[in-house]
Design a protein around this ligand. Structure first.
Ligand code: ADP
Length: 263
């Protein structure tokens, strides 16, 4: 199992425009890192660099000390699973078809799945509570159900690193919480290295061990939710007045936006 992912002094530009500047952080197995920051701060770009969709101009991504730039694609596909922001599935795939696609890094071309592959697929569907939907078509599911299927596909890959880009952007609050509870449980149980881009600061505080706050491609703050979610820092980065106070039930920092004219 991978025990540590290190992002080391990564820089990236589109053309001449610097998008990611000198970003470094470390995530250990069993930990969930939340990447937060205003729109356009470079969060998605950073995830794409970690998944090797983009190549950094400088810096490295290391898993257990080995630069992922040197890994064969198949090794990478067996190690990392990605849940993208939105998944367009226009064909009449069943839920089971989609989750089975997670096994493809382990199969040769046209090779059928083994009994073990099918068991892994079933376990992934069970963990995400979509077994009862197995034969349904993806096109007839709700947003929350579909997102659980995409997480199931990622789990069927048996990844060591799980990357998610606003996985709950289109979901109601109850489904958001459901997905984050699932991610938290899986991260602990499987010892995953989980990195999630998210907007909601309260979810970030509630579920992540560490946060990385980006603005204009730079790390403004990194550390525990208590260290990162501070009034002055958030006011500066988001340009709004906020107060942060400990949630009376959980003790985690909670962010209250002060609406102009109401105080
Ligand atoms: P975030 O995920 O935090 O909203 P992004 O990583 O999507 O931010 O974008 C960071 C910056 O990079 C933005 O200013 C965006 O306009 C720019 N950008 C994103 N993709 C491209 C691209 N393909 N070509 C040029 N600029 C891009």
């Amino acid at each position: 199992m991978a025990s540590e992912l290190v992002v080391e002094k990564v820089n990236f530009s589109y053309g001449r425009r610097p998008i990611i500047e000198d970003v470094s952080f470390k995530v250990k197995a069993g930990e969930m890192l939340g990447i937060i920051g205003p729109n356009g701060s470079g969060k998605t770009t950073l995830l794409k660099i970690i998944t090797r969709l983009l190549v950094p101009d400088q810096g490295r991504i290391l898993i257990d000390g080995i630069d992922i730039a040197t890994w064969p694609p198949r090794t990478l596909a067996r190690t990392m699973a990605v849940v993208p922001q939105e998944t367009q599935i226009s064909f009449e795939f069943s839920v089971r078809d989609i989750v089975e696609m997670g096994r493809s890094p382990y199969l040769r071309r046209f090779q059928a799945m083994s009994k073990q592959d099918r068991e892994i697929v079933a376990a992934a569907m069970e963990a995400t509570n979509v077994l009862s939907l197995a034969e349904r078509s993806m096109t007839e599911l709700s947003g929350g159900e579909r997102q659980r299927v995409i997480v199931a596909r990622a789990l069927a890959q048996e990844p060591q690193v799980l990357l998610l880009d606003e996985p709950t952007a289109s979901l109601d609050i109850n489904h958001e919480v459901e997905i984050f509870q699932l991610l938290r449980r899986l991260t602990n149980r499987e010892g995953l290295i989980t990195i999630v881009v998210l907007h909601d600061l309260d979810l970030a505080a509630g579920y992540c061990d560490q946060l990385l706050l980006l603005a204009q491609g730079k790390v403004i703050a990194g550390g525990s939710p208590e260290e990162v979610l501070q009034d002055e820092i958030l006011a500066r980065v988001y340009g709004i007045d906020v107060v942060v106070y400990p949630n009376p039930l959980t003790g985690k920092p909670q962010v209250q936006v002060l609406v102009p004219g109401h105080h």
